[in-house]
Design a protein around this ligand. Structure first.
Ligand SMILES: [Zn+2]
Length: 377
């Protein structure tokens, strides 16, 4: 499970929905199924491949139940889940948000593996002493051996999900436990570090034993960094206003400017994008460096900036809450937000780099006043 802000939901196919939660399969999960199918086929021909396929579908079902465990636990705390995506190493339920209290997050995180433990218990009870008679090979009936295999697969699922690294449930459990003592941001940071250490260990094991682990290692590493950044941003954006983070010293171009003027400004400043402002001080558009250079090369320096600037630039009033701007910039990181004051006049700019700088300052001295930032070289 994972809050939706960084949800990697592209590359996944919807297969149905349950009580308002869409169930999706990630492409890598399908690839994993194909890989397993081929493995079974190579080992034992068509019959083994069929058996294997049934097994995979059952595991897939267990993973889904695991995710629904998270979903229903979260719903108990009033958090809805938009979709569940199945990955080769488990599932990710993209919740609208995580429960704020560490104790609730702990319950939600544990609810998934708990479902697998229940499946294990039920299968173990059903198989009874037949399970102890010496391994899978001696379970003659295909139904029995299948049940035993599903049981062991669930044991592996639990073990894997309790590895203390994001995005595995163990990472969340660890974070929740740490958060009870350290607060959310420090806990996430520490949990992310531990997760990354595990990712490195996965990577090394992957190189030595199984390339599949390398893929997982990379994913775990990225997920851990994303998670830490996410928590940092949320903590910072909470309570702050757009005006706290915006750049207030920047060079803007008049509507009469040409590409030549813009190139001049590009050379003289450290800015890479220039707001184009009319005589009333209102934002008309933003000229990005790439567009500037392209125009200079293809059409020459005399072209008016009005012809080349981007006009679909969003603006926010300066007293808007910062989280709104953060959300916007997370979705469209290559853009600029114009910040407006009285009479719609442009008073500031906000970019992803800005937020990044503000975050670094915030991390360096969490208690520091969040004053307006200035563009600097
Ligand atoms: Zn889980």
């Amino acid at each position: 499970m994972r809050p939706e802000r960084f949800s990697p939901m592209r590359w996944s196919l919807p297969i149905g929905s349950l009580a308002g939660t869409v169930i999706r399969i990630h492409i890598t999960f399908l690839l994993f199924l194909v890989w397993l199918w081929a493995l079974f086929f190579r080992q034992g021909g068509a019959e083994a491949a069929w058996q294997g396929t049934t097994f995979i579908v059952l595991i897939f079902f267990c993973v889904l139940l695991h995710e629904l465990g998270h979903v229903f636990a979260a719903r108990y705390y009033g958090v809805k889940t938009r979709d569940v995506t199945l990955w080769p190493f488990g599932g990710i339920a993209s919740m609208k948000r995580m429960p704020e209290k560490p104790s609730q997050e702990l319950v939600v995180a544990v609810a998934g593996p708990a479902v697998n433990v229940i499946i294990i218990a039920v299968l173990a009870l059903w198989l009874g002493p037949r399970l102890n008679t010496g391994g899978l090979a001696e379970l003659d009936s295909p139904t029995l051996s299948m049940a035993a295999k599903v049981l062991w697969a669930n044991v592996i699922l639990v073990a894997f999900n309790l590895i203390p690294a994001f995005p595995m449930d163990g990472g969340r459990v660890l974070r929740a436990l740490l958060a009870m003592r350290l607060g959310n941001v420090r806990a996430t940071e520490l949990a992310a570090r531990i997760g990354q250490a595990f990712a490195v260990i996965f990577g090394i094991f992957g190189i030595l034993y199984n390339p599949m682990l390398i893929v997982i290692a990379v994913f775990v590493f990225l997920a851990a960094s994303g998670e830490a950044k996410n928590a940092e941003l949320n903590a910072m954006a909470r309570g702050a206003l757009v005006s706290d983070a915006m750049i207030t010293e920047f060079h803007s171009l008049p509507t009469t400017a040409t590409i030549n003027d813009a190139v001049d400004a590009l050379m003289r400043t450290t800015q890479t994008e220039f707001p184009v402002v009319d005589v009333a001080g209102r934002l008309r558009g933003v000229l990005f460096r790439d567009a500037m250079i392209k125009t200079l090369k293809e059409r020459g320096p005399a072209i008016p900036v009005l012809e080349v600037m981007a006009t679909d630039v969003p603006t926010l009033p300066m007293h808007t809450k910062l989280d709104k701007a953060v959300r916007y910039l997370m979705e469209k990181p290559r853009t600029v937000i114009g910040v407006t004051g009285a009479d719609q006049r442009l008073v500031g700019l906000l970019t992803v780099e800005n937020l990044g700088e503000m975050m670094m300052v915030h991390v360096a001295q969490p208690s520091a006043d969040l004053g307006p930032r200035h563009a600097s070289g």
